[in-house]
Design a protein around this ligand. Structure first.
Ligand SMILES: Nc1ncnc2c1ncn2[C@@H]1O[C@H](COP(=O)(O)OP(=O)(O)OP(=O)(O)O)[C@@H](O)[C@H]1O
Ligand SMILES: [Mg+2]
Length: 367
């Protein structure tokens, strides 16, 4: 790493999109009893979420169904107003707006959905979808020739080649993977800096998932995009993402580089996620499975006090029931919001495990 690059990383100037303490509560319709008790109940979908998306980096947001992942993506895409917190794009606070300011924002931050069939209009061709995206974002050029070139560039970029073979097809004439590539090409039509990909491969056949993930990785490298990759599959985060954040019941509970978080998960919830992910190389003994805890995610209308994971946590202590754990920093940028790590400095955590990691850290320092 050159001095310039390390300076950039340290000062965080490569951060494109940032969420600071972002919270979203969806108010529930009031029942007669609520009116009587003067209560306003709401779904605490996202609470105090802070994250940074950097240029040329994939950040995975992992968690089980209902943990608030899509809500985070929609908040970052400005599709919902925030209950509280702040979003910054290029260091500038984003002011919620419609019309021109929203369009300016969308040009830089694009969202890709899980189901490409639903996100493409079945009565329109690939040419229509892409031309529309280019025109909305003023990138269609000044004549037919320039438009054709821009369309071909988009399809080449998502590896749908030769472009002429795909331009006049309807969504139903494409495979699931090809449709998702068209949806990605449409997002690229805006020439964005950030792609928010909400479970972009979970509707696709297992055999073509890797191809689409590799395409996203290629875009990250060639176009220096900041990508948020939302998934419930923590194994794919290890393969594909540089950084992994783990979300539970509306809060981010652990973060760090993907290799560390998936190989040495610190938070008991991350450990549970990894233990329950199918892995043919690992046959988990019955007792070990029981030890990782079971149960359902909590209600988000009346979330548990203290740590939201405590009712399912095999390592829960008394204070976990009442006190919300702050974020504790561990080694190598890994952190966990768990009382187990109070007072466990980076060094002692590092020495706790195998020697491999300690020597890897040593290499970092001597570099
Ligand atoms: N528009 C809305 N109005 C009310 N509640 C909502 C709304 N959108 C989401 N929620 C609630 O917020 C919580 C988080 O939902 P979200 O869709 O963000 O979860 P998710 O992690 O994306 O789940 P999945 O993996 O199933 O897609 C859920 O309890 C959901 O019911
Ligand atoms: Mg979702």
């Amino acid at each position: 790493m050159t001095t310039d690059q390390s300076e950039t990383v340290r000062t965080g100037t490569d951060v494109v999109l940032e969420a600071r303490g972002v919270t979203k509560h969806f108010p529930l319709r009031r029942t007669a009893r609520d009116l009587f008790a003067r209560k306003r109940r709401s779904v605490h979908a996202v609470d105090d979420v802070s994250l940074r998306l950097r240029r040329g980096t994939v950040t995975a947001l992992v968690g089980e169904s209902g943990s608030g992942k899509s809500t985070v993506a929609r908040l970052l895409a400005q599709l919902y107003p925030l209950t509280s917190g702040e979003i910054r794009l290029g260091g500038e606070p984003v002011v919620a707006g419609r019309g021109r300011s929203f369009r300016r924002y969308v040009r830089r931050v694009q969202l890709i959905f899980q189901d490409p069939f639903a996100s493409l209009n079945p009565v329109h061709t690939v040419r229509y979808h892409l031309t529309r995206a280019l025109k909305i974002h003023d990138r269609a050029g000044s004549g037919d020739k320039e438009l054709e070139q821009a369309l071909a560039d988009l399809l080449n970029r998502v590896q749908l080649t030769p472009p002429q073979q795909f331009l006049d097809k309807f969504p139903h004439e494409l495979s699931g993977g090809q449709r998702q590539r068209v949806a990605i090409a449409r997002a690229l039509g805006a020439d964005p800096q950030v792609l928010l990909a909400d479970e972009p491969v979970s509707m696709l056949d297992v055999s073509i998932r890797l191809g689409v993930l590799n395409l996203l990785r290629d875009l990250k490298e060639r176009l220096h995009l900041a990508i948020l990759y939302i998934t419930h599959d923590i194994a794919s985060a290890r393969y594909f993402a540089d950084t992994t954040l783990v979300m539970y019941a509306g809060r981010i509970v652990e973060g760090g580089d993907s290799e560390t978080v998936t190989q040495r998960p610190a938070h008991p919830y991350t450990q549970l996620l990894i233990a329950s992910a199918p892995d043919p190389d690992r046959i988990v003994a019955q007792e070990e499975q029981e030890e990782t805890g079971t149960g359902e995610p909590p209600s988000l209308i009346a979330p548990p006090a203290g740590c939201r994971f405590h009712p399912r946590c095999p390592k829960a202590m008394e204070r976990c029931r009442t006190e919300l754990p702050p974020r504790f920093d561990l080694a190598d940028g890994q952190w966990a919001a768990c009382w187990l790590y109070e007072g466990v400095g980076a060094r002692s955590y590092e020495n706790e495990g195998t020697g491999t990691r300690a020597s890897a850290a040593g290499k970092e320092v001597s570099r």
